[in-house]
Design a protein around this ligand. Structure first.
Ligand code: 2AM
Length: 182
């Protein structure tokens, strides 16, 4: 990671996310390969697979502590996601997998995060929250053939604050903070 002089004052691209463990990331990558048969595109690298809770865009590095404070102020119960739905969004050209329903704790987590971020003056997306895990980029969306989808169970017991760096071979994500759910 860069440690150039003045790097502390540089802006960082940050987002809050649910980060699957390596085993689930591997299973999601396989699901991505299967979705690729329908939509083409590029499967997201295993270690990069995640679910975004709130995308903050570019944030001055000195505000990272405020974001860590917001992360640690959240008290939400752990929950389970059953990832069963797959699809493709033409506008962003992404193929995705999503939970069959929005569990109450996930809704609370997202609403709590957004309201605390807004109160602290951070800019957050005001699009309705559509929880999804992006599996394909540059997908060519077209009607999806009906197929068997093995549901993937995700026991969510923590959330993270991540930093995104754009490298020549794609994004690299690093963890800035992590908090357990109760
Ligand atoms: P996506 O997976 O649906 O593309 C890191 O970039 C994460 O933040 C991605 O998972 C991305 O969601 C999400 N994100 C939301 N809004 C974004 C934006 N304007 N630019 C880049 N990423 C965004």
């Amino acid at each position: 990671m860069s440690s150039a002089p003045g790097a502390n004052h540089a802006a960082q691209r940050l987002f809050f996310a649910l980060w699957p463990n390596a085993k689930l990331q591997a299973a999601l990558h396989l699901a991505g390969e299967s979705l690729q048969k329908a939509f083409g595109g590029r499967v997201v690298r295993t270690e990069n697979i995640h679910l975004t809770l709130a995308f903050l865009g570019s944030v001055p590095a000195e505000r990272a502590d405020e974001l860590r404070g917001i992360g640690s102020s959240i008290t939400v119960e752990r929950f389970q996601l059953k990832l069963t739905e797959t699809g493709c969004w033409k506008r962003s050209a992404v193929g995705w997998i999503a939970p069959e329903s929005l569990p109450e704790p996930l809704k609370d987590l997202m609403l709590d995060l957004r309201s605390r971020l807004l109160a602290a003056g951070f800019r957050v997306d005001d699009k309705p929250f559509a929880p999804h895990v992006t599996l394909l980029r540059k997908a060519k969306c077209r009607p999806q053939p009906a197929g068997e989808q093995i549901p993937l169970e995700w026991r969510v017991d923590h959330f993270t604050l991540m930093r995104s760096d754009t490298l020549p071979d794609g994004p690299q994500y690093s963890q800035v903070g992590t908090w357990p759910l109760s």
